[in-house]
Design a protein. Structure first.
Length: 586
C-alpha cells in the first residue's frame, strides 16, 4: 500500500496530535499503519464512535495482525468500569411522564408537568455530557433557543434544576435504573486511569465532553482523529474536541472516495461558512475514481422529506424495493417513543386509541403544538408534520413502504436515510433532497439575527447545518444528484431534483397531493375537493391541455379543477414541462 506524504507524516509523529481527516481520506488505514509502526509491546486503545464502527475496527485491526490494539467505545469502556459488577440496573432512558411519576412532579397542570419533566430529561443529558463536577456549574437556559421554551425554562429554572439533581441522586443511589449517559458521567467523575501507551480517539468532532475529559487526563500519547466539518451532533451536547485541544494538527486532505468534481461541491458548501466568519479547516482534494453504480441512496435532512419522497417515487413506479438505514420503523417514532399512529389518533380526536401516555394525556393537537414549542422537541415536531402532511392516508402508505422494504441493502433499488443515520457510510450514487440549508437561507438567518449580533450558540447551530449538507454530499462515490437550490455550483455532474418532488426552498411536497395542513391554512377545502386524477400518471393529452391553459393565462386553481389534479401536482408538471423555472414560481 502506497501512503501519502500526509499519512506518513502522521505515522512518523510520536507525540500528542490532532488528525483532521476529510471525508474518505483513509483515516482508518492511517491509524492501522500508525499502530503497526509502534512497538509490538505497546498497548494501544482505539476509541470508536459507536458499536458498528467498533465491530468494523476490530475486524480491520485483527486482519492487520495487530493484537496489541484494544477496540472500545466510550460507553463500553465506562460500562466495564461502572456497571458490569455493580448493583446498578441499566435502562435505555426515561420518558417525560416517567419522570413525573418518579419525581412526583405535580404543579396542578398536567401539561406544565410534562414540559418540566422534558426539560429535566434534557438537563440530565446536558450535565452528563459535560466536563463539570456539579450541576450548579451549568446554565441549562443557555442552550435553549426557542423563545417560548426560553420563557418557560426561565420561569421554572429553580424547580427544573432541583428536580434534575434529585433524578441524578436517585440513579447514583441505585434507587432507579441508570442511563447510558449517567454511567459515562460517573466514569468521568471517578478519574479513571487507563493503562495504555497510545490512545486513538476517533470521530473527535462529535465527542462527549465527559469522555474528552477522561481522555485528556491519561498519561498515554493521545491522538484525536476526526473531521472538523462533520460535527452534526451538537443537539446531543457533543463538542468538537479537535478545536478544544492545543495539540499539533496534521491534515489528511486527499479523499479517495470521490473525484475532484464532488470535492469541488464539498469545498464550495464549506465556503458558505465565511458568512459566519469561519473558514474551512483544510481544502478537500478529490483523489478517487468513478466506479460502476451499484448502490443508490436518497438522503434527506428530515424523516418527513424522506417519507414524502419514498412514497411518491414508489407510487409513480420509479422504485420497487427500498431500504431505510436504521430500520424503517425508526422513522415513525419520536425520541421519547410517541409514534405516528398515536399522533394521528390525536389528530382525529380518537384519544381512546392512543397508547403513548404523553400523547394520550392531550386533548387536542393544540396541546401537542404547545408542548413542542415549550420543550424544543424537534423529533416530535417532525412526527406532527408527517401526520399533517398525509392525514388518514398515512397507515396505508406506511404499510405499502414496509411491504416493499428489503432487509438486504444490496437488493434495494433505492436506499433512504437521514444524514445522521448514514454518517460514516458511502454510496455509488447519492440523490439529495431539497430540505437542507442553502447559502441564501444561511445569509437570511444571519441578517435577521444581525450579522454582528449572532451569538455563539446560533453560530454553532448554523455551522452544523452547513456540516450536515457537507456530510450528505461526501457520501457519494461517483454520482451526485443535487437540487439547484442547494447546489453551490449549479453544474458538476448533477441532475435536476427528482421529477416527483417540487423544489421548494423550505419543504418537499408529494406529487399531485396538496398537503392537508397546507389546504387548511391557505384554501377553503370545499372549493378544491379531492379529485379522481390525483396520484395518476399524466397522459400526453393532459400535458398538452395543461400547456395550452397555462399559455392562455388560466389561474392555477382553475387549471387544477379542470384537470381534476392537485394544485401542487399541476405546479410540478409545469416545472417538468419547462413552462416555469425550478423555483416553481408562476
Amino acid at each position: 500500500m502506497r501512503l501519502t506524504a500526509e499519512q506518513l507524516s502522521v505515522i512518523d509523529t510520536n507525540e500528542d496530535l490532532v488528525i483532521n481527516a476529510v471525508a474518505g481520506s483513509g483515516k482508518t488505514t492511517t491509524l492501522i499503519e500508525y499502530a503497526r509502526s509502534r512497538s509490538s509491546d505497546s498497548k494501544i486503545l482505539y476509541l470508536a464512535f459507536n458499536k458498528t464502527v467498533k465491530s468494523e475496527a476490530i475486524q480491520k485491526f485483527e486482519k492487520a495482525g495487530l493484537n496489541n490494539v484494544k477496540v472500545e467505545t466510550a460507553h463500553s469502556l465506562a460500562f466495564d468500569h461502572i456497571i458490569k459488577f455493580s448493583q446498578f440496573k441499566l435502562v435505555p432512558g426515561y420518558k417525560s411522564y416517567e419522570w413525573c411519576d418518579i419525581l412526583g412532579i405535580k404543579s396542578g397542570d398536567w401539561l406544565t408537568d410534562f414540559i418540566i419533566a422534558s426539560h429535566v430529561n434534557k438537563f440530565i443529558s446536558y450535565f452528563c455530557n459535560s466536563t463539570v463536577e456539579k450541576i450548579q456549574e451549568l446554565n441549562y437556559a443557555s442552550v435553549i433557543t426557542d423563545p417560548a421554551a426560553q420563557k418557560f425554562v426561565h420561569n421554572f429554572y429553580g424547580l427544573i434544576e432541583k428536580l434534575t439533581r434529585s433524578a441524578l441522586a436517585k440513579m447514583d443511589k441505585a434507587e432507579i435504573g441508570v442511563t447510558h449517559d449517567f454511567y459515562l458521567k460517573k466514569f468521568q467523575l471517578g478519574n479513571p486511569i487507563l493503562e495504555y501507551d497510545y490512545i486513538l480517539f476517533d470521530e473527535g468532532q462529535d465527542a462527549s465532553g465527559a469522555m474528552l475529559d477522561v481522555f485528556l487526563k491519561q498519561r498515554a500519547i493521545k491522538v484525536i482523529v476526526g473531521d472538523a466539518h462533520q460535527q452534526i451532533y451538537g443537539w446531543r451536547y457533543a463538542i468538537n474536541s479537535l478545536q478544544r485541544v492545543n495539540f499539533p494538527v496534521h491534515n489528511l486532505s486527499n479523499s479517495f472516495r470521490f473525484d475532484d468534481e464532488i470535492a469541488l461541491v464539498a469545498n464550495k458548501v464549506l465556503g458558505w461558512k465565511k458568512h459566519l466568519h469561519l473558514s474551512p479547516a483544510t481544502k478537500i482534494i478529490g483523489a478517487g475514481q468513478r466506479s460502476d453504480i451499484l448502490t443508490k441512496a436518497t438522503l434527506g435532512r428530515t424523516n418527513l422529506s424522506l417519507l414524502v419522497n419514498a412514497i411518491s417515487r414508489w407510487q409513480h413506479g420509479e422504485i420497487k424495493k427500498i431500504f431505510f438505514e436504521g430500520n424503517i420503523n425508526s422513522y415513525t417514532f419520536a425520541d421519547e417513543g410517541a409514534s405516528l399512529y398515536d399522533v394521528l389518533n390525536l389528530y382525529n380526536g380518537k384519544t381512546d386509541k392512543i397508547r403513548d401516555k404523553l400523547i394520550g394525556s392531550m386533548s387536542s393537537m393544540r396541546d401537542l403544538d404547545d408542548y413542542i414549542k415549550k420543550t424544543e422537541d424537534n423529533s416530535l415536531a417532525v412526527i406532527v408534520e408527517v401526520v399533517k402532511e398525509f392525514g388518514n392516508r398515512l397507515p396505508s402508505l406506511i404499510n405499502e413502504l414496509k411491504s416493499n422494504h428489503t432487509a438486504k441493502k444490496e437488493e434495494a433499488d433505492m436506499i433512504f436515510s437521514t444524514v445522521h443515520r448514514c454518517k460514516g457510510m458511502e454510496y455509488d450514487e447519492v440523490t439529495l433532497l431539497n430540505d437542507f440549508i442553502n447559502e441564501g437561507k444561511l445569509k437570511k438567518y444571519i441578517e435577521q439575527a444581525g450579522a454582528d449580533k449572532i451569538d455563539e450558540l446560533n453560530k454553532n447551530r448554523l455551522s452544523e447545518e452547513v456540516n450536515i449538507l457537507y456530510v450528505a454530499v461526501t457520501r457519494a462515490r461517483s454520482n451526485l444528484i443535487i437540487p439547484p437550490d442547494i447546489n453551490p455550483l449549479n453544474s458538476v455532474r448533477v441532475a435536476p431534483p427528482p421529477s416527483v418532488l417540487f423544489s421548494n426552498p423550505y419543504r418537499n411536497f408529494s406529487l399531485d397531493e396538496e398537503p392537508d395542513s397546507y389546504l387548511r391554512t391557505k384554501y377553503d377545502r370545499n372549493r378544491f375537493p379531492k379529485s379522481s386524477n390525483r396520484g395518476k400518471k399524466w397522459t400526453d393529452e393532459e400535458e398538452h391541455l395543461l400547456g395550452e391553459l397555462y399559455k392562455q393565462g388560466e389561474p392555477l386553481e382553475e387549471i387544477a379543477k379542470r384537470l381534476e389534479r392537485g394544485r401542487n401536482g399541476v405546479r410540478i408538471k409545469l416545472v417538468e414541462l419547462g413552462l416555469v423555472d425550478e423555483s416553481g414560481e408562476l
